[in-house]
Design a protein around this ligand. Structure first.
Ligand code: NAP
Length: 311
């Protein structure tokens, strides 16, 4: 039996493991793909307090090594079910925990067009706050019409020489307040009723192709920020957590779920800010609370046994 089973080895899950292992708990980490989560694809991380600049891949590697040194057990298996009794079923087996931390994160929705994956870190980004700083006085485009895209465009307008905001409709899903602020910016141009159909370049992004009504045109840009929403994957936990209409886990305090001993950490839940800083914060809090509540439960059991000794 494991003290804590952590589902997901992104920054939230690995930080939970770090705290649990330092408290000498028996920990199992389950990861469907590779350790590190979304941060692995961040070109540079320059907004993590105390670290001036690091690549996302290096950050993830160091966190992974830190956890491995403490003796973490990691199984590369996909969790498909968690029971109220804290049995986690994967594609390969079943594991019993005293508590479970769900830290499966969310993935950026992809355009699914040619070169999108190849050019991540070479002109294509899913995170303006992470990578925007690299486009000082350059020409960038943001694709999307939600609050993330509008906020990204505002953020980039203060850094880049020129920002194109490309959206597939002529009204925004995001708040009018942001759209209004963007209209006031001299270096922002809206390209509406338009979709990005191709990402072009040799070694690095050089231009994108846009389909606008019947017309197809090429736009020369240095950076493309894709902000077309995120996709959490929580359906397999629906029996133990509450999930909102967008697929995110609803927690009353950012830690607990509707089942005692099952916790949530990181981007898979409803939250104000999805960043590396908030993910590691969530991970440390979830592990600390899990440890505290397991200790309280053990104490309660001991007291009950003292009051009602087994004959
Ligand atoms: P979102 O609200 O789901 O918006 C996604 C946008 O991308 C929509 O405009 C959508 O277009 C477009 N889109 C989706 N798939 C597309 C595709 N394949 N090709 C082109 N465009 C596509 O996502 P989000 O902006 O990341 O926001 C997620 C949640 O976080 C929202 O609830 C948002 O309000 C919240 N948020 C809040 C704040 C804030 O309050 N400050 C900041 C950021 C995010 P359609 O509109 O045509 O569907």
């Amino acid at each position: 039996m494991y003290d804590i089973i952590i589902v997901g080895a992104g920054p939230a899950g690995l930080t939970s493991a770090l705290y649990a292992l330092r408290a000498r708990k028996k920990v199992l980490i389950l990861e469907a793909n590779t350790c590190g989560g979304q941060i692995v694809s961040a070109h540079r991380v320059e907004n993590y307090p105390g670290i001036e600049s690091i690549s996302g891949a290096d950050f993830a590697k160091q966190l992974y090594q830190q956890v491995k040194k403490l003796g973490a057990e990691i199984k590369y298996e996909t969790a498909i079910h968690v029971s109220e009794d804290k049995v986690v079923t994967t594609n390969e087996g079943e594991y019993q925990g005293r508590s479970v931390i769900l830290a499966t994160g969310a993935k950026n929705r992809k355009l699914n067009i040619e070169n999108e994956q190849e050019f991540v870190g070479k002109g294509v980004s899913y995170c303006a706050t992470c990578d925007g700083g690299f486009y000082k006085n350059k020409v960038v485009a943001v694709n999307g019409g939600g609050n993330t895209a509008l906020e990204d465009a505002l953020y980039l307008a203060d850094i880049a020489k020129k920002v194109y905001l490309i959206h597939r409709r002529d009204t925004f899903r995001g708040e009018e307040k942001y759209a209004h602020e963007l209209r006031e910016k001299e270096n922002v141009t809206f390209i509406l009723n338009a979709t990005v159909t191709a990402i072009n370049g040799k070694e690095q992004l050089e231009s994108i192709t846009i389909q606008q009504k019947e017309e197809e045109k090429e736009l020369k840009i240095d950076g493309l920020f894709i902000a077309i929403g995120q996709e959490p994957k929580n359906e397999m936990f629906a029996n133990v957590v509450e999930i909102n209409e967008s697929g995110y886990i609803v927690s009353p305090d950012g830690v607990h779920t509707k089942v005692d001993g099952i916790y949530v950490a990181g981007d898979s839940q409803v939250k104000v800010l999805r960043q590396l800083t908030t993910a590691v914060s969530d991970g440390s809090v979830a592990a600390t609370i899990a440890i505290k509540e397991m200790a309280e439960q053990a104490k309660e059991l001991e007291e009950n046994e003292k009051k009602n000794p087994k004959k």
